[in-house]
Write a protein that binds this ligand. Structure first.
Ligand SMILES: Nc1ncnc2c1ncn2[C@@H]1O[C@H](COP(=O)(O)OP(=O)(O)OP(=O)(O)O)[C@@H](O)[C@H]1O
Ligand SMILES: [Mg+2]
Length: 511
């Protein structure tokens, strides 16, 4: 693209990348990518899952070294050998995956490796806690700096990751899907923080699969496809449709899910479910929640962070502690699952919001992760045959559109969105009758989302029932036949598809 007249030499350029190439076994993640980022702009990087966005940002922040190409930061040549080098040059990154040390406090995580020390060289907890509290306040986050990081919910952990990057006071901040685990209200808070950083002149690189967010925030955007630079444009000169077109290189089939699906029997009934929470003043995580789900139906559960959406799904799935009251019936029979394996045996599957903690097995390859819950199928005579496993996982890998060099590639080498697709594929392989989806498309690109929606719709037509939560209201509105709203552990509203609007849902969710 042409350089604008304001861009004189290095004066206006924060980052200059030329011919960046990065290979991994079996894939060229980046192929000769060149990119200029102006000082003080918010520059969005767009592309499908596996396009190379995170890899490019990891090169910029010193996590990876490029195989070829050069990088200049504020006019100086940069050859980073690690993230510390990048930090010294003023570059901080908020990674797509959560990286907190679970057993350390929030403040200790924020200052990990850069602990503040007092006069005698002792670690100065008080200063670090004060500083952390100040940043968390700026993020409008109520978490205590002394809280154990591992005990926080995903959304709060994400805010701690953000606090960690902010504590570096970097002149260049890379945000790799910072809002993928945040609810709309938390994302709005983050946007206010971003605004403040921009007023201070921070240059921001921003990755998100949420197009509305990108169009609200970005000055310019760059599209990557299959590791190549496709286009860099001014936001004002383009549209979401055009960007999506460059991302996927084809038109995305618009699919209408409004074609009525046949309704079957009641698969799931929840009656007056109460989940105690003694250590909280409210006393419960869920109170008096009742709902039902029929075959062929998709029921959405909306609510803000902490409303109890995840807890509701986890209780049904047998993850929650056994102290809950009320009744859960599957096919009319009361059940109290003590463990997810019992729920699986009863035909229930759950895709969780936190793939790192609950979903992904880093020591298994792609096929191993997908076939994990269908091992009885894959194992014959006690031995897992490689060929049978490959045959078993071929379907789900194709249906969910996982981009991988092969079934036996390392799961940790897959891009974030493709890891999530593997987990969805794993559960589809168990052919569940009841599918619990907890923010399932977190980090999945627009094209793949449309394909997944179509897949879920097809399975529901064959008699599956789905209970769905999402931090993105448009997703709930697109898929659900009915939407229930939770606020602080209680059901506050139910809307049919025809009645539901974003406004009404938000109103009910905020009580
Ligand atoms: N450590 C690694 N080992 C092997 N392959 C990798 C590694 N990191 C990335 N890749 C591969 O490089 C390509 C680009 O991945 P990258 O994570 O940059 O994608 P992305 O654009 O961030 O996607 P997403 O939207 O899913 O996060 C993918 O094919 C991925 O499998
Ligand atoms: Mg990524």
């Amino acid at each position: 693209m042409t350089t604008p007249p304001t861009d004189h030499g290095f004066g206006g350029t924060a980052i200059m990348m030329r011919g960046i190439t990065k290979r991994f076994p079996g894939v060229v993640a980046l192929d000769d990518v060149s990119l200029d980022v102006r000082r003080g702009e918010l520059h969005a990087i767009c592309g499908e899952n596996g396009a190379g966005k995170s890899t490019l940002m990891k090169i910029l922040s010193g996590v990876y070294r490029p195989d070829a190409g050069t990088l200049m930061i504020h006019g100086l040549s940069a050859r980073f050998t690690g993230t510390r080098d990048a930090e010294r040059a003023g570059v901080a990154i908020i990674h797509q995956e959560l990286n907190l040390v679970e057993d350390l406090s929030v403040a200790a995580n924020v200052f990990l490796g850069r602990e503040r020390r007092g006069g005698l060289g002792f670690i100065d907890d008080a200063t670090m806690e004060d500083e952390t509290a100040r940043i968390l306040r700026m993020l409008e986050c109520g978490v205590s700096p002394r809280a154990r990081a591992g005990g926080l919910r995903v959304g709060d952990q994400q805010l701690v990751e953000i606090a960690k990057a902010l504590s570096l006071d970097a002149s260049i901040l890379v945000m790799d899907e910072p809002t993928s685990a945040l609810t709309e209200a938390e994302s709005a808070r983050l946007e206010r923080t971003i605004q403040r950083l921009r007023e201070r002149g921070t240059t921001i690189l921003y990755i998100s699969h949420k197009m509305d967010e990108v169009f609200r925030l970005a000055d310019r955007m760059t599209v990557l496809r299959d590791g190549r630079h496709v286009r860099t444009v001014d936001r004002a000169a383009t549209t979401p449709r055009e960007i999506t077109g460059w991302m996927v290189g084809r038109e995305i089939a618009g699919h209408s899910f409004h074609e009525p699906r046949p309704r079957g029997d009641k698969l799931l009934e929840v009656e007056r479910l109460t989940l105690p929470w003694p250590e909280h003043p409210r006393g419960y995580r869920l109170s008096d929640v009742s709902l039902d789900l029929r075959a062929g139906e998709i029921v959405g559960v909306a609510g803000l962070m902490g409303a109890g959406r995840t807890e509701l799904l986890e209780t049904i799935f047998g993850v929650s502690p056994p102290g809950w009251k009320g009744e859960i019936r599957i096919d009319g029979r009361p059940e109290r699952f003590a463990h997810p394996s019992e729920a699986c045996a009863a035909g229930i599957a759950m895709v969780t919001e936190d793939r790192k903690r609950l979903g992904l097995f880093p020591d298994l390859d792609v096929a191993g992760n997908v076939s994990l819950c269908s091992l009885a199928e894959a194992a014959r005579g006690g031995l897992l045959s490689r060929a049978r496993e490959e045959a078993l996982v071929a379907g789900p890998i194709r249906d969910t559109g996982v981009k991988t060099p092969g079934p036996h590639a390392a799961i940790t080498g897959l891009s974030g969105g493709n890891q999530q697709k593997c987990i969805i594929g794993r559960w589809l392989l168990t052919e569940p009758r009841i599918l619990l989806l907890d923010d399932p498309t977190r980090g999945i690109d627009v094209g793949a989302k449309a394909e997944l929606y179509a897949l879920i719709d097809r399975l529901c037509r064959r008699g599956m029932g789905v209970l769905l939560t999402s931090s993105e209201l448009p997703e709930l509105l697109t898929l659900s036949d009915r939407i229930l709203v939770l606020a602080e552990g209680r059901l506050t509203a139910e809307f049919s598809r025809a009645e539901a609007t974003e406004h009404k849902i938000l109103e009910a969710a905020t009580g």
